[in-house]
Design a protein around this ligand. Structure first.
Ligand SMILES: Cc1ncc(COP(=O)(O)O)c(C=O)c1O
Length: 444
C-alpha cells in the first residue's frame, strides 16, 4: 500500500523549480514538523535547517505567540480589504514606519516579496513621471545575479538568465549592470574603487537621465549567490540617484528583519532608499505578507485635488490581511524583544570564522553579512566554478550529516557553485558549530 500523502503529491502537486520526471524514484523531502532551528521529516529524522525554510523563518519555528496573535485576530475580524481600513493594518504600518529612518513613512501591503517588488516598480514608474512632468521616465536599472521575484516585473529586474529565459520576452525597459563580485571583478584589479557602483552613473548618462525611473538593488544579493555591498557602494548609488533625479529602491526581502546583523541591510550604510521592499522576515514566514514603504516625497507625488489619475491605482485583495498583520506584529515583538539582529551579528561572525578556518582549496571565497553566508566553491587553484554535480554532491553530504544548506540553483549557467546559509536568527554558537562541522565533514 503506497503512502497516501506521497501518492497524492505525485499525482497532483506541481512543485516549483523541480523536475517531475522520475520524481517517484526520488520523492521530494517531506517535512512533518519543526521547532526552533530544527525540522524533521516523515521518518522522524531531524535536521538543522540552515536555510530557515527559504531564507525566512527568522524567529525560528513553532512560536506559539504568533499562533495566539493570529487566533485572537481571526476571532475579531477575519478579513477586510485595505482599499478601506482595519486596525491591524494601520497599527502594523505605524510600527514599520517607527522602525525606519525619518521620511520612510508610507506602507503599501501585499502578499509576497514578488508583489512587494512589483508594487515598488509600478510606484517608481508612476512617481518618476509625476515628479518630472513631461519626461517619460520608465527605465529601471538592476544588476546581473540579482533576484527580485517570480512575477514578470520582478523577473525582468532579476539578473539570472536561467530563471527568465523560458518566459521571455519580459517587460521592456530593464537594464542590468555587473554586481559587486570581488572574486571576478572586471573593474578593479587590486583594491576596490567602487567602479561597479559608478557603472550605474555611466548607464544613466548614456541612456539619458530623463528616461530613467529607478535603480533597484538588494543591499546584499541573496539567492543569486550572496554578494554583500562593499563599503561605500550604497552611498555611491544614493549620490548617483540624487544627481540624476532617479529613485533608489532597496529590495530587502531577504536582508530585512535582522538577517544581516542589523534590522535592515541598508543600515550597514549611510544610504536611505526612496522605496523599501520587505516580505519573508516580516512575518518570519508564519503567514504571507509583503510591504513596500515609500518616503514622504514619493507618496506626495501621488496627491492631487485636480487629477483623478494621480492616485496609485493598484489594489490587492489579500494584501495586508488582518491575520498576517497580527502575525507580523507578534513577530516583531519577538525579533526586537530577543535582540535577534544582534544575535545574527555575533553568531554570524563566529560561523563565518569557523568556515574560514576550514582548509579546503575548493573554497574560493566565503562571503558573509550576519547570518547571510555564501560559500563559493571553485576548481583547485582557479576561480572557475566547481562543476554543479560536485557542488550538489557536497550539499547532499551535508544533508546526510543532518544539516540543510541551500545553493544558488537555476541562476547563471555554470555558476550554481555557491552554497548558501541563512538559518533562523536564534541560532546558537553550538548550532553554528554543528553547521560548520557538517560542511567540513562533507568537504573532507
Ligand atoms: C531579494 C528578493 N526579492 C524578491 C523575492 C520574491 O519573494 P517571494 O518569493 O516572497 O515572492 C525574493 C525571494 O526569494 C528575494 O530573495
Amino acid at each position: 500500500m503506497p503512502d497516501p500523502i506521497l501518492q497524492a503529491d505525485l499525482d497532483h502537486l506541481w512543485h516549483g523549480s523541480l523536475q517531475h520526471h522520475g520524481l517517484a524514484q526520488q520523492p521530494p523531502f517531506r517535512v512533518e514538523g519543526a521547532d526552533g532551528c530544527y525540522i524533521w521529516d516523515d521518518s522522524g529524522r531531524r535536521y538543522l535547517d540552515a536555510m530557515a525554510g527559504l531564507w525566512c523563518v527568522n524567529i525560528g519555528y513553532g512560536r506559539k505567540a504568533i499562533a495566539d496573535a493570529v487566533y485572537a485576530q481571526m476571532q475579531r475580524l477575519t478579513f477586510y480589504p485595505l482599499t478601506q481600513s482595519h486596525g491591524p493594518g494601520a497599527a502594523l504600518a505605524k510600527r514599520i514606519a517607527d522602525l525606519l529612518p525619518e521620511g520612510l513613512n508610507r506602507v503599501f501591503f501585499s502578499n509576497s516579496g514578488s508583489e512587494a517588488v512589483e508594487t515598488a516598480l509600478k510606484m517608481a514608474r508612476q512617481a518618476a513621471r509625476r515628479i518630472h512632468p513631461g519626461q517619460n521616465r520608465y527605465k529601471i536599472i538592476a544588476r546581473h545575479r540579482a533576484y527580485h521575484g517570480l512575477t514578470f516585473g520582478g523577473l525582468s529586474a532579476g539578473g539570472s538568465h536561467m530563471r527568465k529565459q523560458a518566459f521571455e520576452p519580459l517587460v521592456p525597459g530593464f537594464l542590468h549592470v555587473a554586481p559587486p563580485d570581488a572574486l571576478r571583478c572586471n573593474f578593479c584589479k587590486r583594491a576596490c574603487t567602487l567602479m561597479c557602483a559608478e557603472e550605474f552613473d555611466r548607464v544613466i548618462r548614456m541612456e539619458g537621465p530623463e528616461t530613467v525611473a529607478a535603480i533597484i538593488v538588494e543591499p546584499a544579493i541573496g539567492g543569486g549567490g550572496v554578494f554583500p555591498s562593499p563599503p561605500g557602494y550604497l552611498e555611491t548609488l544614493r549620490r548617483i540617484c540624487d544627481r540624476h533625479g532617479v529613485l533608489l529602491i532597496f529590495d530587502e526581502v531577504i536582508t530585512g528583519f535582522g538577517r544581516t546583523g542589523k534590522l535592515f541591510g541598508f543600515e550597514h550604510s549611510e544610504a536611505v532608499p526612496d522605496l523599501l521592499i520587505m516580505a519573508k522576515g516580516l512575518t518570519s514566514g508564519y503567514l504571507p505578507l509583503g510591504a513596500t514603504v515609500a518616503t514622504d516625497p514619493v507618496f506626495e507625488a501621488f496627491l492631487s485635488d485636480r487629477d483623478p489619475q494621480a492616485k496609485f491605482t493598484s489594489l490587492s485583495t489579500f494584501g495586508g490581511h488582518p491575520a498576517a498583520c497580527a502575525a507580523a506584529r507578534a513577530n516583531l515583538d519577538i525579533l526586537l524583544g530577543e535582540g535577534l539582529s544582534e544575535n545574527a551579528a555575533t553568531v554570524g561572525a563566529a560561523l563565518a570564522n569557523k568556515l574560514r578556518s576550514i582548509r579546503d582549496p575548493r573554497i574560493g571565497e566565503i562571503r558573509a553579512l550576519g547570518l547571510l553566508i555564501g560559500i563559493e566553491l571553485v576548481n583547485l587553484g582557479t576561480i572557475d566554478p566547481l562543476p554543479e554535480p560536485e557542488v550538489v554532491a557536497i550539499q547532499k553530504k551535508i544533508r546526510q550529516a543532518n544539516v540543510i544548506v541551500g545553493r544558488n540553483a537555476d541562476t547563471i549557467a555554470g555558476f550554481g557553485n555557491i552554497l548558501t546559509i541563512s538559518p533562523p536568527l536564534t541560532l546558537t554558537l553550538e548550532q553554528a558549530s554543528e553547521i560548520a562541522s557538517a560542511i567540513e565533514g562533507a568537504l573532507a
